[in-house]
Write a protein that binds this ligand. Structure first.
Ligand SMILES: [Zn+2]
Length: 243
């Protein structure tokens, strides 16, 4: 059956929602927000209009949040379609082959097999670029966190000895032009969620670089001398990120 386009006024926010409706042989109502910001609803064939409207209004907060995230993502990746279509993901300086397999339910999950060099994404709709992209992003963010946190723990004692307080927060998000940032105001560290695409030597350099900003908020000679004390080969490591 063809996909029809409908509109609905969301009751809480008053926002007008345009969505695609597809009736097909599925057991449950499935909703997703595509990479291009389109809301797609697939419903069991006999679902009444009242039930569809109730489902959408029940999920208003989720929907608005998903739409906001998609818009922010589209802004960060003007090349959304090519990114979503890629079947390899850079990982620790190498690559992983992406395999998409269908799964039940709304949430995708992933499986990393480093030996085989594959990243298997379990997606409600393996053909949908929005799902693929958000699954890769979730994977990258989790991997980067897993790699960065032990490095912070390893290097922090040196900075603590020099009077640096522990970071108030450590955040991970996709950044377009930076690998990390250090906020002197909030004392928080932010790392690019895509760091896991780079070799471990570079990831360690970024962690040390940001920690050194707690001592020197600038890129002065004193700052670089500090980086050199922790990682004497920092110049070599820094080059990796410029390739
Ligand atoms: Zn810096």
């Amino acid at each position: 059956m063809a996909v029809t386009e409908r509109t609905l006024r969301l009751p809480v926010s008053g926002q007008k929602l345009t969505y695609e409706l597809e009736r097909k042989s599925v057991k449950n109502i499935n909703m997703r927000v595509r990479a291009d910001g389109k809301v797609h609803l697939s419903v069991p064939r006999q679902t009444s209009d009242a039930k569809i409207t109730a489902f959408l209004t029940d999920h208003e907060a989720w929907l608005l949040n998903a739409l906001k995230k998609t818009a922010a993502r589209a802004e960060a990746h003007p090349d959304t379609e090519t990114l979503a279509g890629r079947d390899i993901v850079p990982y620790l300086g190498g690559v992983l082959r992406v395999v998409c397999v269908p799964c039940e339910g709304r949430t995708g999950r992933f499986e990393l097999d480093r030996q085989a060099g594959t990243l298997t994404l379990h997606l409600p709709d393996p053909q949908d670029s929005g799902w693929r992209m958000s699954a890769v992003e979730t994977f990258e963010k989790a991997q980067t966190r897993m790699l960065v946190m032990p490095l912070l723990k390893q290097h922090f004692p040196y900075f603590a000895q020099r009077g640096v307080a522990p970071p108030s927060d450590v955040r991970f998000r996709v950044m377009t032009s930076r690998f990390g940032s250090c906020s002197s105001g909030t004392h928080a560290l932010t790392f690019n969620a895509k760091l896991c695409e780079y070799p471990p030597a570079f990831i360690e350099y970024v962690v040390v670089h940001e920690l050194c900003h707690f001592l020197h908020p600038d890129h002065s000679d004193a700052f670089w001398a500090e980086v050199g004390r922790v990682l004497p080969d920092w110049r070599e490591r820094e080059k990796i990120g410029k390739k």
